[in-house]
Write a protein that binds this ligand. Structure first.
Ligand code: SAH
Ligand code: SF4
Ligand code: F3S
Length: 471
């Protein structure tokens, strides 16, 4: 597909708007009131961002938006396929919806996102969940109004997992409340890490035009957003698919030049594409947070090679050293997979040794989950689940100690934080984030939400800091 065909055209967008009006009208006629839409999101930030677009489509349809599944007339499950556990959760939730239809037979139930982009999963939903009305994959997201309209008029269940990865510009999202916003700069992934399903369900890498990114960023700043995360499965390869686009560091510079009071973060960075130039740019751009999520996955070179990660432990350590040279206050987080096929306890111990060397601020740790269709799915996997769990617990205990120690360093210090919401801890009022994205529970008035304040840290735990707003 040529570039012109990848970007959604005005005609395609207008056709969907037309479908949206018709779907909304049909629902209103049927219900005799304003219809309500609900999106339940599983998965990563990319999926959260897609759900914001679906909510935008609800608005195009003249619908109201609710978070209460039972009150929805159109209920959408936006799903994740990254691990078996994620898929089981979705099937559990979808299974529960049959009883909603008893109370509200007109309810339209939809399953979209990464799970049904796998044909065998779409087939399973078709066969085993007859009360699901509409199924569509990530590539058909923009066609949701059309699918809904067709379902309402033809009374036929709709399945669409066809298409290729596109770029949707000009679709207005409905964002969550608060001062933080996602801004997708690219879609898809070309890396084919041997364990990972994402390249199969999200298509090839495609970067959005830098002018579109900058104009959306300006809009977000004008709307008052203060903390903007540039999103992509591998932001470090931004622009590489187009000759005349800046690279990611270049894009960061352009974002940094946008006027206003806001900060910029980004995720995710692949170590194979992270460069000294990126760290230098981060250090020099005052709006870019000194904070990076740099998934290492494993501390054994043999396993890294089997994972098709295309870097070594030594290279990773050099990157961390270089990044810290440019930004001594840098916060680094990472992802780890324990129990990749063929991994031994000694190799997992190498990962633990790496954790001790790098001292990540925090970590997302996962036990390997076999994904049908990936290269690793065909690899012999002799270690038992119990063994892997034992290695996992050992690794987590080490990281928890490191996280605890790193957080304890903040006690007694004053830090600048952005207040972003209400705390669920009964002893505190607010939640806030440091520049390094550390969670802080604070005492203070809700009028501070969206403001940047100085906070004194009084206490810390493995996962959070606790303190009070300075006068
Ligand atoms: N694009 C990002 C993140 C993708 S998914 C990146 O490259 O880092 C987020 C994390 O899920 C991955 O970093 C990996 O640690 C984990 N993951 C992916 N596939 C997995 C699998 N099959 N089993 C267990 N964890 C997995
Ligand atoms: Fe998956 Fe690797 Fe792509 Fe990340 S970079 S989404 S882990 S294939
Ligand atoms: Fe899951 Fe799809 Fe994201 S598989 S992690 S929701 S890209």
């Amino acid at each position: 597909m040529s570039r012109e065909n990848i970007v959604l055209t005005r005609e395609e967008r207008e056709l969907q708007l037309d479908y949206a009006h018709r779907a909304g009208q049909s629902l209103r006629d049927r219900l005799g009131r304003q219809p309500m839409g609900c999106v339940v999101t599983f998965g990563c930030q990319q999926n959260e961002a897609d759900s914001e677009l679906i909510r935008g489509m609800f608005i195009d349809m003249g619908m109201g938006i609710t978070d209460d599944e039972a009150k929805a007339d159109v209920l959408v499950f936006n799903t994740c396929a990254i691990r078996e556990h994620a898929e089981m959760r979705v099937f559990g939730n979808v299974g529960q919806t049959s009883h909603y239809k008893k109370d509200n037979p007109d309810m339209v139930i939809c399953v979209c996102g990464c799970m049904p982009q796998q044909p065998q999963v779409a087939e399973k939903i078709k066969k085993s969940y007859p009360y699901v009305d509409i199924v569509f994959g990530t590539h058909a997201l923009w066609m949701f109004p059309q699918l809904l309209c067709q379902r309402l008029s033809r009374k036929k269940r709709m399945f669409d997992i066809s298409g290729e990865g596109r770029i949707w510009d000009g679709m207005p999202p409905v964002r969550k409340e608060g001062p933080c916003a996602w801004l997708s700069i690219m879609y898809g992934c070309n890396n084919f890490c041997s364990y990972c399903i994402v390249p199969y369900v999200r298509g090839r890498e495609r970067s959005r035009h830098p002018d579109v990114v900058i104009s959306e960023l300006k809009e977000l700043v004008a709307q008052g957003y203060k903390d903007i995360t540039l999103l992509g499965q591998n932001v470090n390869s931004y622009g590489l698919d187009q000759e005349d686009f800046p690279d990611f560091a270049g894009l960061l510079e352009r974002c940094n030049a946008v006027e206003g009071d806001f900060r910029i973060r980004f995720m995710t960075s692949h170590p194979k594409d992270a460069t000294p130039r990126l760290f230098e740019t981060m250090a020099k751009c005052e709006k870019v947070c000194h904070c990076i999520h740099l998934p290492v996955q494993c501390g054994s070179n043999r396993v890294l090679q089997e994972m098709n990660r295309r870097y070594t432990v030594e290279h990773y350590l050099e990157l961390v050293e270089c990044a810290r040279k440019w930004m001594p206050d840098l916060t680094i987080t990472s992802d780890i997979i324990v129990g990749f096929p063929g991994e031994t306890e000694e190799e997992c111990d190498e990962t633990i040794a790496l954790l001790e060397k790098v001292r990540f601020d925090s970590l997302f740790t996962f036990i390997y989950s076999r994904r049908e269709g990936t290269r690793a799915a065909a690899m012999p996997d002799p270690a038992t689940r119990q063994e892997k769990q034992k290695w996992f617990d050992k690794l987590l205990a080490v990281q928890n100690r490191i996280s605890r120690e790193k957080n304890a360093d903040y006690v007694g210090k004053t830090v600048e934080v952005l207040v972003d919401g209400v705390s669920d801890d009964p002893n505190f009022d607010l939640t806030a984030r440091t520049e390094g994205f550390k969670l802080v529970h604070l005492k203070g008035g809700t009028d501070l939400i969206g403001k940047t304040v100085r906070a004194e840290i009084e206490r810390s735990s493995t996962v959070a800091l606790f303190g009070k707003v300075m006068e």
